[in-house]
Design a binder for this molecule. Structure first.
Ligand SMILES: Nc1nc2c(c(=O)[nH]1)N[C@H]1C(S)=C(S)[C@@H](COP(=O)(O)O)O[C@H]1N2
Ligand SMILES: [Mo]
Length: 533
């Protein structure tokens, strides 16, 4: 509480002065936080009820797009797939700090607080106006938020100033209580209204729940061309070994979307544009009515480190992209298809890969027997065997533009990643895990190896610097998927290093030379250290 040296004669002690200063800063901070909360609540509520983009999400997405590749790599390395949570927490902390500064500035250097609030709102407005799919209406939530925020800032600051004036030595007695109550009441009401706005906004924007309901109601047709059944011999079911088909809930997820895009399947359509004789548009219902293929394809992220887990294998249901391209009839000279997601992400895929009759590039609607999960691209995504995801696996895809590599670039190319991204031959030890202790004797070592669209012919394991020993291979289902392997090791006491390497179906042996994931995929051999007791 603010102590007033009433009567003027009293000299406050040093401690009183410090306390007074701290509590008046706190009051200024409260004024700023009220203004910040009112701004956010207004913007969230409007964004939610109008289905416009949330300005905070827009700023976060803009930061993701603008982040230098180095920052992104560090954040992903530190927080893994929690990179988005990290960004949201960071934005929250920054917004809180800015609000506090707005309050302090407004009371000490009026109108700098208002000015700072307007600058921040302007940035949010720019971000909202430039996101993929933005319209003129997209600026409504941040602009309305800023107006309400400014009004609250001025009103709260005025009440605080009045209260403070009543505490001045020369102020008439008896007014302080009233002024104090007025400030506290205003603060309480604004805080309650803001919290209510944020909660309602959060509930209404549960657009995800609406899209989920649509998704659950979808009945996928039976494939005209089913995937081969997975024989027991393809899935070794060894403890600690990744299952041959990775369940949807465990499948790795990588994308630039801060909030999972929610697309209404009934309104979805895909357009094939650009260097084509015949522009094609296809709706979700039309896509489902086509003879669909089911294929087992392993998807890999170019950011996969040696031994990493940004890889997964699933049974995809979809329509061959080459058939749709054939309808559109690409013109001479085209060599790339730029696929665009509803969220603005793009990937550049070689046209000839998508047209290849021997490669089942799919416009996929199903994953392991389910409609695509929202995070994996509902309602429709691309899946291309043999290419890293960043150049091929566009989720929430809405346009295929036939073009050239000379004219167009996918999202990651100007950010330091190669225009072409064929998957590199690699292998991984899943069990035992690195650093673990095992008992001497029989130890089952197992893992996966992959060279999508080429196939694996051999996997070898080496103990310390000993000779390379052949591992047993699980049954090969398709060259487009990974292959499990196992090796029975007679472990002897001491510390040992186990290293794996694979050979592809062309006889290419996995290189031991280490390469970073950037710019077009890691190389090197996965090794683990095990303590044998
Ligand atoms: N719309 C969109 N699609 C995208 C991406 C993205 O950022 N946005 N990332 C790509 C990358 S880099 C990879 S590795 C795969 C990952 O697909 P998954 O999340 O289903 O595993 O999606 C691809 N498709
Ligand atoms: Mo990726």
């Amino acid at each position: 509480m603010l102590r007033s040296p009433r009567g003027g004669a009293r000299c406050g002690s040093y401690r009183d002065a410090v306390t007074t200063r701290a509590s008046s800063t706190l009051q200024e901070a409260v004024v700023g936080v009220l203004a910040g909360a009112a701004t956010l609540a207004t913007a969230f509520l409007l964004a939610a009820v109008t289905h416009l983009s949330n300005p905070v999400v827009a700023v976060g997405s803009l930061l993701i797009d603008l982040a230098p590749p180095g920052v992104k790599t560090v954040v992903i390395a530190l927080f893994g797939t929690g990179d988005k949570l990290f960004l949201i927490v960071l934005l929250g902390v920054v917004i809180l700090a800015l609000s506090v500064v707005v309050g302090i500035l407004q009371l000490r250097r009026e109108p700098l607080g208002l000015l700072l609030l307007l600058i921040v709102a302007f940035i949010a407005t720019l971000a909202s106006a430039t996101r993929a799919g933005a319209t003129v209406l997209s600026i409504v939530p941040p602009v309305a938020g800023a107006i309400v925020g400014c009004l609250v800032l001025r009103a709260a600051a005025r009440r605080l100033t009045t209260w403070r004036a009543t505490q001045a030595p020369e102020a008439p007695a008896g007014r302080a209580g009233l002024a104090r109550r007025s400030f506290l009441q205003y603060s309480g009401l604004t805080a309650a209204a803001s919290i209510a706005g944020l909660v309602v906004g959060g509930v209404v924007s549960g657009a995800g729940t609406a899209a989920s309901a649509v998704r659950r109601a979808i009945q996928l047709p039976a494939p005209a061309s089913p995937a081969p059944p997975v024989p027991a011999a393809a899935d070794l079911a060894i403890d600690g070994l990744t299952p041959y088909l990775v369940p949807n809930g465990q499948f790795y997820r990588i994308d630039t979307a801060l909030v999972v895009p929610t697309v209404d399947a009934e309104k979805w359509s895909l357009r094939i544009t650009g260097m084509v004789e015949n522009e094609v548009t296809i709706t979700f219902a039309e896509l489902l009515a086509l003879p669909l293929q089911e294929r087992i394809i392993t998807l890999t992220c170019v950011s996969q480190e040696i031994g990493g887990d940004l890889i997964g294998n699933a049974r995809w249901l979809g329509y061959p992209i080459r058939e749709l391209l054939a309808r559109a009839r690409p013109t001479a000279g085209a060599d790339m298809v730029l696929s665009t997601s509803v969220d603005g992400f793009t990937a550049g895929t070689p046209l000839q890969v998508l047209q290849d009759p021997a490669r089942d590039s799919l416009l996929a609607v199903g994953m392991n027997g389910q409609p695509l999960p929202l995070e994996h691209g509902f309602p429709v995504r691309m899946v291309v065997p043999g290419l890293y995801g960043y150049v091929s696996a566009t989720k929430w895809v809405v346009e295929l533009k036939v073009t050239t590599f000379a004219k167009d670039q996918g999202y990651w190319t100007p950010r330091g990643w190669s225009a072409l991204g064929p998957v590199k031959l690699s292998s991984r030890i899943d069990t035992p895990t690195n650093g673990i202790s095992v008992s001497a004797g029989r130890v089952v070592v197992a893992g996966v190896a992959w060279a999508q669209h080429t196939g694996i012919s051999r996997v070898q394991l080496r103990v310390d610097d000993g000779p390379w020993q052949d591992a047993a291979l699980a049954e090969l289902v398709t060259v487009d998927s990974w292959l499990q392997w196992s090796y029975v090791w007679q472990a002897t006491a001491g510390q040992h290093r186990l290293t794996v390497r694979a050979t592809d179906a062309n006889g290419l042996v996995q290189t031991a030379a280490y390469a970073d994931p950037a710019p077009n995929g890691s190389t090197g051999l996965h090794s683990i250290t095990v303590q044998v007791a």
